[in-house]
Design a protein around this ligand. Structure first.
Ligand code: ZN
Length: 180
């Protein structure tokens, strides 16, 4: 951040009184600009044992497969965010959302949350942020072409848990990934 979003003057980085972290602070209007993690919410839509994946039409990870997910907006609930993203990316309607995986990604200041969900019908389609939208059997999942580690972890948990028909909620810390 270079300029204050309140008054437009340049900001400095300093530790405000009573705080213990560096913050962007406006020396003109005294606004402290706190920066906090972003939440990415998504669905794992299931239809007769198959899961719905989208191939990304946008960066990052263009051309790679993902579960429908995206940044939560102000004024919506987690489930609303997950449903909206599923509609935007796959033109798909889901129901019976169940909280499933939460990933802490402190190195990029994000939290990723996925819900298991029932795909309501087969009337899905390619949304503007997708190149393809497709249902996959476990055996056909493009494991080496998944867009994000949190998608791969969620799918692995799902197929493992499905054997027992028991789907505990998982909260996991994911360290930075080194890509070769
Ligand atoms: Zn200011």
């Amino acid at each position: 951040m270079k300029f204050c979003s309140q008054c437009g003057k340049p900001v400095d980085q300093r530790i405000p009184e009573g705080d213990n972290r560096l913050r962007y602070v406006c020396g003109h209007c005294d606004t402290i600009h706190y920066q906090n993690p972003n939440i990415v919410a998504g669905c794992l839509p299931v239809w007769q044992g198959k899961v719905l994946l989208c191939r990304r039409a946008i960066e990052p990870r263009l051309g790679y497969w993902t579960l429908p997910a995206g940044f939560m907006e102000n004024g919506e609930t987690l489930q609303q965010a997950a449903c909206r993203e599923t509609d935007e990316e796959a033109c798909a309607r889901v129901s019976n959302l169940e909280l499933y995986t939460l990933f802490d990604l402190p190195h990029i200041s994000q939290v990723h949350v996925f819900f298991r969900a029932e795909l309501a019908d087969l009337d899905f389609a390619v949304g503007p942020e997708s190149l393809e939208v497709q249902l996959f059997d476990e055996s056909a999942i493009p494991w080496s072409e998944l867009a994000f580690p949190t998608v791969g972890h969620t799918l692995k948990y799902f197929f493992a848990d499905r054997v027992q028909q028991h789907f505990p909620v998982r909260n996991e810390y994911l360290p930075p990934l080194r890509r070769s």
